[in-house]
Design a protein around this ligand. Structure first.
Ligand SMILES: [Zn+2]
Length: 80
């Protein structure tokens, strides 16, 4: 995963862009469009980056990632 993805993810968490809705359901603001937000679980995301990952890396056995999934990971490590 790129350093840029991690930087974006940290920014999302620090700016309060991650809201926990249920045990494994989060709403995360889009970093490119503040009017937009995505529903994200610990391994799926609605954002175009996540969907495109499988388009571009289809069949390679890789697990998709995006700044939102990474943001959840950081959010869980830093509960406050
Ligand atoms: Zn995403």
């Amino acid at each position: 995963m790129s350093a840029n993805t991690i930087r974006k993810a940290k920014k999302l968490v620090e700016s309060g862009g991650v809201v926990k809705i249920e045990e494994d359901l989060f709403q995360i603001k889009s970093s490119s469009d503040p009017e937009k937000s995505y529903f994200v679980t610990s391994d799926t995301c609605e954002c175009p980056g996540f969907k495109n990952f499988y388009k571009f890396h289809h069949g390679k056995g890789l697990k998709a990632n995006c700044s939102h999934l990474e943001a959840i990971r950081i959010f869980k490590e830093n509960p406050d």
